[in-house]
Design a protein around this ligand. Structure first.
Ligand SMILES: CC(C)(COP(=O)(O)OP(=O)(O)OC[C@H]1O[C@@H](n2cnc3c(N)ncnc32)[C@H](O)[C@@H]1OP(=O)(O)O)[C@@H](O)C(=O)NCCC(=O)NCCS
Length: 229
């Protein structure tokens, strides 16, 4: 099944100001997918194991579909840059994420800034396991904001983890370095998110893709005026 959320919009309220935020064309596909890799992509992944090749192919497939939705025609294979991000034509922003059973991609041709997408599978975790994950990826302040009930806590923690990974993919083209989870904070209000990242304006969202147990998040970021970029 391919789920395509075309021209997906969400709204959020930063500093009491309402505005619409467009992250791009989002496509979700099943893994494994039937679509073959382009020969250049097959060459790129030739030495990888079967599992990695399978998710790579599904990610590329989702990305191609999202590019088509955005009206972008990519003839050859989609390579990777020196940081691991997909190589896209000038003016096109895109990102992808994959797990063993599902992959997703996000593409925009008109966004101001860069974008990222992440997906996570909700899996049962013990309370100590969850607390360990929370301590690794959330600041003290973020941990204090988590709900206390097990299910709510697990989902809230995973959402924030995912949002930070989506942000990382949007942020990396600007900073080109590993950014630790504790260097960034995220405030989540329903489906909308605002990140605190020094030097950048960054927002995010949680996307309901209609698949129970699958969390999809997206992020957008751009340098603050007068900052780097
Ligand atoms: C790079 C990273 C975010 C990938 O996330 P993941 O959960 O391992 O894997 P996903 O399936 O979600 O994403 C993989 C895709 O991300 C993309 N990607 C990899 N490195 C990237 C980078 N530096 N910038 C943008 N996109 C990148 C690729 O398209 C990759 O798929 P492909 O190799 O098949 O093309 C993660 O491995 C990582 O290093 N995270 C640590 C940093 C971080 O998240 N900090 C949070 C605070 S900002």
């Amino acid at each position: 099944m391919t789920l395509s959320i075309d021209g997906w919009f969400t709204s959020f309220v930063p500093s009491q100001r309402h505005k619409h935020q467009h992250f791009g064309h989002l496509v979700v596909v099943d893994v494994p997918c039937a679509a073959p890799l382009h020969k250049d992509e097959a060459a790129l992944s030739a030495a990888w194991g079967d599992k990695r090749k399978t998710t790579f192919a599904a990610g590329r497939h989702a990305l191609r579909l999202a590019l088509a939705r955005a009206g972008v025609d990519v003839d050859g294979g989609i390579g990777r840059d020196d940081r691991g991000a997909p190589l896209l034509p000038p003016g096109v922003r895109g990102s992808l994420s994959h797990k063993d059973v599902v992959a997703a991609a996000l593409v925009s041709t008109d966004i101001d800034g860069t974008i990222g997408i992440d997906l996570e599978l909700v899996e049962p975790r013990s309370r100590p396991g969850l607390n360990r994950l929370a301590a690794q990826v959330l600041t003290q302040r973020e941990q204090q904001q988590l709900p206390d009930d097990d299910d709510g806590r697990a989902r809230a923690c995973l959402l924030r983890f995912s949002l930070k990974e989506a942000l990382y993919k949007a942020l990396d083209p600007w900073v080109r370095r590993y950014v630790g989870f504790l260097e960034v904070e995220v405030d989540v209000d329903g489906a909308d998110a605002v990140f605190a990242v020094p030097g950048f304006e960054a927002t995010g969202a949680v996307v309901d893709v209609g698949r129970p147990g699958v969390i999809v998040t997206v992020a957008r970021c751009r340098p603050l005026q007068g900052s780097r970029g």
